[in-house]
Design a binder for this molecule. Structure first.
Ligand code: ADP
Length: 256
């Protein structure tokens, strides 16, 4: 199969609560895709299905053989009081955990990946003492240590300030240019989604997929977020006017 991952007619429920239905999605090699949708629209569930930690109750998930997937969780889900340094936290993600202590080569790999992400100087700092942007880079380092073909990131710019958000996006653009396929979720339409080459609008099912101009449009956003939203074009990019109030919760646009 030429795609890295393909979902066909995927369905998932938690108990009686149908979260996803009829989801068709293909992640091709080299893609850089953003999944947009309101809170509760099934974005994290979709990521976990792609990752393989959730098995959907219906449909088919095809993965290319031997595809290596790195996962970067939402910062909010992390216990920052866990008493480890940045280097230790990254080392904990190493492959082949045969030995309890790291080899010299593994330490070198960790130093290299931290340097690549510009946080080599923070290696011995406690993870609690990092800024949002630095925390995001540390989790990216953990994911990159396994040399993934596909990077799945849940809301990578939430809790990250404006400057760091640009840096994180820039970094992801460089990784993608070097051949890493990236799929991320975001609720930030103007700051993140509009800058990605490909978008998927999700609310229980795929509402639309395509370029930012195709997906960030009044009709698609209204179906996705359940409220009318005004979109302007500025320097070739779509800009959503005051999207804030509509982004709070999914409003029952579930299929099925
Ligand atoms: P998003 O990432 O778009 O906010 P999620 O995939 O996290 O959406 O959640 C979709 C829906 O599924 C929400 O209504 C959420 O409350 C529910 N949900 C998510 N995880 C679980 C779970 N483990 N058990 C029960 N319900 C869940």
């Amino acid at each position: 199969m030429s795609a890295l991952l393909r979902l066909s007619d995927v369905v998932h429920s938690y108990g009686d609560d149908r979260v996803l239905s009829g989801v068709d999605l293909t992640v091709g090699r080299g893609d850089f895709v953003g999944v947009v949708g309101p809170s509760g629209s099934g974005k994290t569930t979709l990521l976990k299905i792609l990752l393989g930690t959730i098995r959907p109750i219906g449909g088919v998930v095809d993965r290319a053989p031997d595809v290596r997937i790195g996962y970067v969780p939402q910062l909010e889900t992390v216990d920052w009081n866990f008493p480890v340094t940045v280097a230790e936290c990254v080392l904990m993600a190493r492959r082949g955990r045969g030995l309890p202590w790291p080899t010299r080569a593994e330490r070198r790999d960790v130093a290299r990946v931290l340097d690549r992400l510009g946080i080599g100087h923070l290696a011995h700092r406690h993870i609690r003492a990092l800024s949002g942007g630095q925390q995001q880079r540390m989790f990216l380092a953990r994911a990159l240590l396994g040399e993934p073909d596909l990077l799945l990131m849940d809301e990578p710019t939430t809790g990250v300030d404006f400057t760091s958000r640009h840096e994180v996006l820039h970094l992801l653009g460089d990784l993608n240019a070097d051949g890493t396929t990236i799929l991320l979720t975001t609720h930030d339409l103007n700051g993140v989604a509009a800058h990605l080459p490909k978008l998927v609008a999700l609310n229980g099912t795929v509402i639309a997929a395509g370029s930012p101009v195709e997906v960030i449009s009044g009709p698609v956003l209204e179906r996705t977020f359940g409220a009318p939203m005004e979109v302007l074009q500025h320097l070739g990019l779509p800009v959503v006017l005051d999207p804030g109030p509509h982004l709070a919760v999914a409003r029952g646009h579930r299929a099925g």
